[in-house]
Write a protein that binds this ligand. Structure first.
Ligand SMILES: [Zn+2]
Length: 60
């Protein structure tokens, strides 16, 4: 039976296992009732530019 010649480094093992714990992206609906965009939580809405009901950036 073949046996690995070298011990895998911590870096190698950890970088491989990093992908084992990825979870599905969770999205929230924009709080602006006129928008309703699906977006990343705790971020400015990319469509209407609002965060917590406040206009943060201007979207063309
Ligand atoms: Zn929005």
């Amino acid at each position: 039976m073949p046996v690995p010649k070298q011990k895998k480094s911590k870096s190698k093992v950890r970088s491989r296992r990093a992908h084992d714990y990825l979870t599905e992206l969770s999205l929230v609906t924009c709080s602006n009732p006129e928008c309703g965009e699906q977006m990343m939580p705790h971020r400015v809405c990319p469509r209407c530019g609002q965060y917590k009901g406040r206009q943060v950036i201007q979207v063309s």
